[in-house]
Design a protein around this ligand. Structure first.
Ligand SMILES: [Zn+2]
Length: 410
């Protein structure tokens, strides 16, 4: 069986839908609602027209996906509670309409189409007094052109489309032609404070460091997104899903744990343990609800084994990239702070490292149980040196990784 890269990516897109819950309480403040009686999708000749009244204007974007033909609308943020997809869909060309939450701050509507269609027109009007209405029209298109334009936009940032065309570039491996998207994951948060020692709390300290590191990386030309911006609880799989939704090139989880026995100090860089990979794939495939997967890609007629194989294929390419990233971080931190653990490069079965398609590492910056490390971690000057070491590591890694990407494609 030969599986193309496109299929692997499509699978990865499917995983995007595995988000638990519709977000945290503090993201629910600026929700828009569909306006009852002002939402319909219907046929207009060979084409389709969509009209969706919203209680308030929200950032949104759209893109298309092939196999099956889909139009995806993302909103920041629409509460679909009470939305009647069946009453909404009066179109023969629209085979199914699905709506749902897509992690903190995101909502999605997916229209499954009976053939390739292009977006001829798309606009969110601010018409008063009825309120804003999203109007879309679709026209038939040939399959080749549809496929060429299909794919998830590179940036997770919501922007109003300049014109009606969906973004043409699918997420792909970074090759130096665009900014590298780094997702920083400050460990723990909210009900889970992580390690606590000598008056210091891991969750709080790692958020501080992530915000500082974000500044350093932005100045170096990276795009940066954090999995949390405050002291809130984010489930582990949601952290990975946020990274995927952002089109992350790198996922970097930040921790400073404690040991209860013995003495340990210094930074450690973890990658996913080799023997964890297979079961990770399978567990992911088993856990992710079929209906959820449908939002990104139709896996209903694929069994868990095939889903696992697809993920393993993606991981085959990703794992060595993660390993090289970890090596680069060890080298960068050794130069900038020197204070590394006696075994600075370890492997473990961490859930947040299980994205099959995103190079992922977990950095234990130090041990809160060590007085020496606590002193370092709470010293802004030391943290600045650590951030510079990580920046240098990411720059070196991204350059080598891009060169390899260009070689692989040739
Ligand atoms: Zn931790």
């Amino acid at each position: 069986m030969i599986l193309g890269r496109v299929q692997v990516w499509l699978l990865a897109l499917g995983l995007l839908a595995g988000l638990p819950g519709a977000g945290r309480a503090e993201t629910l403040t600026a929700l828009a609602h569909p306006v009852p009686g002002q939402a319909v999708v219907q046929d207009r000749g060979a084409g389709v027209e969509l009209s969706l009244g919203l209680s308030q204007g929200v950032p949104w974007r759209l893109f298309t996906l092939a196999d099956p033909w889909r139009l995806v609308l993302d909103f920041s943020q629409v509460d679909w509670t009470g939305f009647d997809a069946e009453a909404f869909d009066r179109s023969e060309h629209v085979l199914a309409v699905r709506t749902g939450g897509l992690g903190p701050g995101w909502s999605r509507m997916v229209l499954e189409l009976d053939g390739p269609m292009k977006v001829a027109q798309a606009a969110l009007s601010g018409a008063e007094p009825a309120g804003p209405v999203l109007g879309l029209s679709l026209e038939p298109q040939d399959a080749e052109a549809f496929r060429a334009a299909a794919g998830v936009p590179e940036s997770a940032r919501f922007t109003l489309p300049e014109d009606a065309r969906p973004p043409a570039t699918p997420i792909r491996r970074q090759d130096g032609s665009r900014p590298v998207m780094v997702v920083l994951d400050p460990g723990h948060g909210g009900v889970d404070p992580g390690a606590e020692h000598g008056g210091e709390v891991e969750a709080k300290l790692m958020l501080t460091f992530a915000l500082e590191l974000q500044e350093v990386l932005l100045r170096a030309g990276f795009e940066v997104l954090l999995t949390r911006h405050d002291d809130s609880f984010v489930p582990l799989e949601a952290r990975v899903s946020i990274a995927r939704a952002a089109g992350a090139d790198v996922f970097l989880s930040l921790h400073a744990d404690a040991v209860t026995e013995g003495v340990a100090h210094g930074a450690t860089v973890y990658t996913l343990a080799e023997n964890a990979s297979d079961s990770a794939s399978r567990k992911l495939a088993e856990r992710h609800d079929r209906e959820d997967l449908l939002a990104g890609v139709d896996l209903t007629d694929q069994d868990d084994v095939i889903a696992g194989v697809l993920m393993d294929l993606a991981r085959l390419e990703t794992q060595p990239r993660s390993e090289r990233l970890a090596d680069a971080l060890v080298a960068g931190l050794r130069r900038s702070i020197g204070a590394l653990h006696k075994r600075p490069r370890l492997e473990a079965d961490f859930s947040v490292l299980k994205a099959p398609d995103i190079p992922s590492v977990l950095l234990e910056l130090g041990f809160l149980s060590s007085a020496r490390d606590r002193k370092r971690l709470t010293d802004p000057a030391w943290r600045a040196r650590a951030a510079a070491g990580i920046r240098d590591a990411l720059l070196a890694w991204a350059k080598a990784d891009a060169a390899e990407a260009r070689l692989v494609r040739k």
